[in-house]
Write a protein that binds this ligand. Sequence first.
Ligand SMILES: Cc1ncc(COP(=O)(O)O)c(C=O)c1O
Length: 478
Amino acid sequence: MAADRTNRATALLIELPEDSRPMHERLTGAIRTAIARGRLTPGHLLPSSRTLAAELGCSRWVVNEAYVQLAAEGHLETRQGSGTRVTACATARTEPSRAESGDPEPPASHVDLRPGAPDVSGFPAAAWLRSLHHVLTDPAWSPPVFPPPAGAPRLRQTVAAYLRRARGIAVDSDDVIITCGTSHGMAAVARTLTPAGPGVAVEDPGWFRLREVAAAAGLRIEPVTVDAEGIDVEAVRRAEVAAVICAPAHQFPTGALLSPRRRRALLTWALETSAIVVEDDYDAEFRYDGRPVGALAGLSRDHVVHLGSASKTLHTGLRLGWLVPPPARRRALLAAVETAGAGPSILDQLTFAHFVETGAYDRHLRHTRKAYRLRRDALVTALQRHKVTGRLGAVQGIAAGLHLTLPLPPRADEHAVVSRLAGLGVTAIPLSRYTIRPQPPALVLGYGRLPPSRAEWVAMRIAEALRPSARPHQLSGG
Ligand SMILES: Cc1ncc(COP(=O)(O)O)c(C=O)c1O
């Protein structure tokens, strides 16, 4: 049994075990555990011995003894005049945390190639703070006390203008609903479909989150093949579904761009069957090669629900996105967004509106597009140049986005390769993480946070991780 006492002065939870040891030993152990579990982090200022003793109902000697012992162990340091703090080198066994992708956080020293992870260290903090300051101080921008369910009118106007000019969608602000991102938008769409109905087609491979959201709403999921032209529309037709979820601009994770032929076929199918196409406008902002491609909703809005997000362009944790419904479904979708939970912070909404209106968003996109392109070029070149990875076959999906797909030898065990890579300091994700049905082995490599100078090192580590499984492939190849 441990007695929980929250120190009121510092809101520090001390779990003091109720056992026969002297109190100073129990306190030492409790603080050591708090550091080990990451509840007390490097630099954290501990309460003075007087304050903590008063809170715990013990003498100051008990607290001083504990602090001295922990300082001797290297967990705490005491400086004249600045109190007792957790040292920078105090090692925390952090609580297990799950990344947005659903995969465990790799150790900090790893090269992290999880796809879908933008370089959040490049968040445009100064410009964002300027916009936030503006929103908080200019009466013309003052946030409404009760934000409208569809989102701040100013942001809806700004997003509509952005979608008209950058994505070619004929929208005005009444057509835009602000969401907490693509997954939130998808949850709303799923609520408007009938669980016992015809089901939803999803890309296989595809981002698992959107199909999970649909499945959680009780919808039947129908996997559909993806090839170099994007989703197989004939297979969608055969699946006899009420909706299809796809990423036409940059299919995840194959990187296919939905061809003009398939775009037309998909819209024809939706029109003929009164189905809806849920367009995940993923990675549309990061197109490096070829002409920019407009959104599917730019061709027809009647059967397309367009979902956009600032998760990749600004920060995965911002939880800010938008949904453009077909006009006939607007009312139902707005109700569904409202009941799917609270929307994003009104301050973030207005800050983002100001950020876009002042041109800071476009500047940030130009800057990051250039940086990501360099990272992509470095990784592609390094993989092609290395004698092992260069023989694996063409990397896929490189024209846009923040990741690529590297085929593995046909008999390679993806999971074994990924776990060997983890041992070599590289976190990568196997293609099977995104597939419903078995597919040839491949690695999905995100380069959003890979410094170009590390690309060759990554190619070497992949080659090393492949060695056992690559051998048969190399022998048969000559
Ligand atoms: C394929 C795909 N689409 C969209 C998103 C953005 O989702 P959200 O806006 O919910 O963060 C992600 C995020 O990882 C993704 O992988």
